[in-house]
Ligand binder design. Structure first.
Ligand SMILES: NC(=O)c1ccc[n+]([C@@H]2O[C@H](COP(=O)([O-])OP(=O)(O)OC[C@H]3O[C@@H](n4cnc5c(N)ncnc54)[C@H](O)[C@@H]3O)[C@@H](O)[C@H]2O)c1
Length: 283
């Protein structure tokens, strides 16, 4: 199936970046949200992301205009009716997502593939909201999506193999490295990521080494581009804690939430976005 036009539902942090990935690679893209104003804000985020590239000498103003010229922002789901693929990136709520799928299922052409960017909800459960003929799959992009290459591709029970193949192909066409993952809680990346940082937290809680020294181990011993505490200050301790709780209830002890992260979350020290987490930041 040839992919020409891509829709993205939800113009927040992930949706605006996901739409940008497609527009940067020549696809006509429709970025939608609950109203025109929020959709426009998504496009403003894209513009700011491209300005950062221009400032680093990685892009010209002309290229930026061409990319943004491929994105139409809209507050109307029906504007995605003729899209070949729609990536949904609305809030992480079963009700909000399934209501949105029912609406898309009604207004979109029969061949439109719906892909969810959920981090924690079962793809099989989400797919139950659409009719039996609708192609549905999980595509879990990483943040920031226009930079990170990995996308976990998660077929649900009802997903056809041809949909998996088509989605792999379109993701490769935008320079991503898709990996196939089963529909299990946390998929693969979040299981690896959370178990790793929870152990890092335990090292600090047990007084084995400091936050700064754990980050040095990541940089100079493991070859990571960034220390784990710097990284989880970026993902945000509200989101970290939510996912820890989901993983803990699914898998038990190995994902027991860290009291340090809990304290930071309760104190509103959410990380970079709130100006402080494990580290202090200039607001
Ligand atoms: N934040 C991350 O690092 C990350 C990483 C991977 C996956 N995800 C997943 O991506 C999804 C989006 O997360 P985010 O961080 O971009 O959230 P966000 O809050 O930044 O954006 C969500 C957007 O969805 C819009 N929205 C809500 N209901 C809608 C509806 N019915 N129709 C259209 N738009 C609607 C909101 O107005 C908002 O603009 C979630 O499922 C999340 O779990 C997030």
């Amino acid at each position: 199936m040839e992919m020409k036009k891509i829709g993205v539902l939800g113009a927040g942090m992930m949706g605006s970046e996901i739409a940008l990935c497609f527009a940067m690679n020549g696809y006509e893209t429709v970025l939608t949200d609950v109203n025109q104003e929020l959709a426009n804000k998504g496009k403003e985020k894209q513009s700011a992301a491209l300005d950062r590239r221009i400032a680093k000498g990685k892009m010209t103003e002309d290229q930026k205009e061409q990319i943004l010229g491929r994105v139409s922002a809209s507050g109307n789901v029906a504007d995605m009716a003729d899209c070949d693929l729609i990536v949904e990136a609305v809030l992480e709520s079963l009700d909000i997502k399934t209501n949105a799928y029912k609406h898309m299922d009604m207004v979109c052409k029969p061949e439109t593939i719906i892909a969810s960017n959920t981090s924690s909800i079962s793809i099989t459960k989400l797919a139950a909201a659409v009719g039996p003929d609708r192609a549905f799959i999980g595509t879990h992009f990483n943040s920031p999506a226009s930079i990170m290459k990995l996308v976990e591709v998660i077929p649900g029970l009802q997903t056809r193999e041809e949909t998996v193949d088509t989605v792999f192909e379109v993701l490769r066409s935008i320079g991503k490295e898709p990996v196939r993952v089963k529909d299990v809680v946390g998929f693969a990346l979040n299981r690896m990521f959370h178990v790793f940082y929870l152990e890092a937290c335990r090292l600090v809680e047990e007084g084995v080494c400091s936050v700064e020294d754990v980050d040095k181990i990541c940089l100079y011993g493991l070859g990571h581009p960034m220390g784990i505490f710097k990284l989880i200050d970026q993902t945000g301790h509200d989101l970290n804690m939510n996912v820890d709780e989901i993983l803990f209830s699914a898998y038990g002890e190995r994902f027991r939430p860290s009291p340090q992260i809990q304290r930071l979350r309760d104190a509103g020290r959410l990380g970079r976005k709130s100006g402080a987490g494990f580290y202090e930041y200039n607001k």
